[in-house]
Design a protein around this ligand. Structure first.
Ligand SMILES: *Cc1c(COP(=O)(O)O)cnc(C)c1O
Length: 422
């Protein structure tokens, strides 16, 4: 089935009323048929609804539909992109373990790994996303995950998915890829050997800046990598917190099962059914929107590249860009999403231009249908030191744009008048 058809139909088979739109099951809990039925659900002998912290019929449509767009096996929706990332990592790493992350990361992921995971005893090591050798040198027997973004935010690099997952596979380590900016419309990391995909559905999935949410998706047959893998002992030994359940022997996709019945159960960062419903609405037009976002961003990038005041434009759809080859290889039709950044000479210049735009809104978000302008060094990346900023590719004159769905002529006209102030 084509991606657009899946986005409209997978996971929902009409309820008893024949409702065309997926209903919002706005409920906390569900009645059991009998005490035996309740016991069977808790014992995983039968699948069904227990409590919305664990599962919900509306959220389940979102999970099944999104998993199918990614070509994955199962998914767990979470309250935000940050909680999706946290769950994906702590599902496999514990105190004393390490994970290896690309330098080029979303600001929140960087602070989560460097500061918060450290407090949990998990060490993060960093490699340059364009340097596989560096990655391989950091691996040891306590390495539990290799984490990177397919299309990085805000540095706009494209990871060599095939090369990085080949190294992970050689050492039997799970790869987690944040596919938020590319979306499954442009890129499906599982096709290149990646194991787990995470998303912030607050961005292109909702598409109109309506709700915060996230999702963790596991690939088909991930159980094979987990079974008897000494790195992932917790998946092959009894879980005391779930009456001795051994995840890889449960008959379920083990990664998602553990994330749901252990992490969602205990940490509770669950998405609301209403927000899951908004994501379902967004997915219906995701493929159409991604084509327009990509077209607009390419038009804006070409304009900026030709502008005398602009030092550098980062957009993988430009032939001059170092990521052009990877974008052509990994992204459908070479479409490169709506995110681009450009560099001005100084913090002062960047401040003037950001303040002079009228159509672009100054907002710390991406993936909205309305165009957005951000200055990462003073906002999303403000908590990072100068060294951390440079390591993740965010110089102080860098401006990030998220090109929305307005006409490209209007977007260019707005930037053109703003650059006049320099
Ligand atoms: C926004 C974003 C996140 C965090 O998602 P939230 O839903 O805001 O928690 C993670 N990764 C990337 C690439 C993002 O753009």
């Amino acid at each position: 089935m084509d991606l657009q058809t899946k986005a409209l139909h997978v996971g929902y088979d009409k309820d008893s009323q024949g409702t065309m739109a997926v209903p919002i099951y706005q409920t906390t809990a569900y009645e059991f048929n009998s005490l035996e039925h309740a016991a069977d659900l808790f014992a995983l002998k039968e699948s069904g609804n227990i409590y919305t912290r664990l599962n919900n019929p509306t959220t389940e449509v979102f999970e099944k539909r999104f998993a199918s767009l990614e070509g994955g096996e199962a998914a767990v929706a979470t309250a935000s992109g940050m909680s999706a990332i946290f769950f994906a990592i702590v599902n496999i790493a514990k105190a004393g373990d390490n994970i290896i992350c690309a330098n080029q990361l979303y600001g929140g992921t960087l602070t989560q790994t460097v500061h918060t995971l450290k407090r949990f005893g998990i060490e993060t090591r960093f490699f340059d996303v364009h340097n596989e050798k560096e990655l391989e040198n950091l691996i040891d027997e306590n390495t539990k995950a290799i984490f990177f973004e397919s299309l990085t935010n805000p540095s706009i690099d494209v990871a060599d998915l095939e090369a990085l997952s080949a190294i992970a596979n050689k050492h039997n380590i799970i790869t987690i890829v944040d596919n938020t900016v590319a979306t499954p419309v442009l890129c499906r990391p599982f096709e290149w050997g990646v194991d787990v995909v995470v998303h912030s559905s607050s961005k292109y999935t909702t598409g109109q800046g309506l709700a915060i949410g996230g999702i963790v998706v596991e690939r088909k047959n991930l159980n094979e990598k987990l079974i008897n893998n000494p790195r992932y002992e917790e998946f092959n030994t009894p879980d005391e917190s779930y009456h001795g359940l051994i995840y890889t022997q449960s008959g379920y996709p083990a990664f998602s099962l553990r994330a749901r019945i252990s992490l969602l159960r205990d940490l509770g960062a669950v998405v609301s059914p209403f927000n899951a419903w908004l994501f379902i609405q967004g997915m219906e037009t995701l493929t159409l929107r991604m084509k327009e976002h990509s077209k607009n961003a390419l038009g804006v990038a070409k304009f900026l590249e030709a502008h005398p005041k602009v030092l550098k434009v980062n957009y993988p759809g430009l032939q001059s860009n170092v990521n052009y080859k990877n974008a052509q290889k990994y992204f459908d039709g070479g479409m490169s999403s709506g995110l681009l950044s450009f560099e001005l000479a100084s913090l002062e210049d960047a401040t003037k231009v950001v303040n002079a735009t009228k159509l672009f809104s100054l907002v710390t978000n991406i993936g909205d249908s309305k165009s957005i302008i951000t200055h990462p060094a003073s906002t999303t990346h403000q908590q990072l030191s100068k060294e951390e900023l440079e390591a993740c590719g965010v110089p102080s004159g860098l401006i990030r744009l998220s090109c929305g769905l307005e006409s490209v002529e209007d977007l260019i006209a707005d930037l053109s008048q703003a650059l006049e102030v320099l």
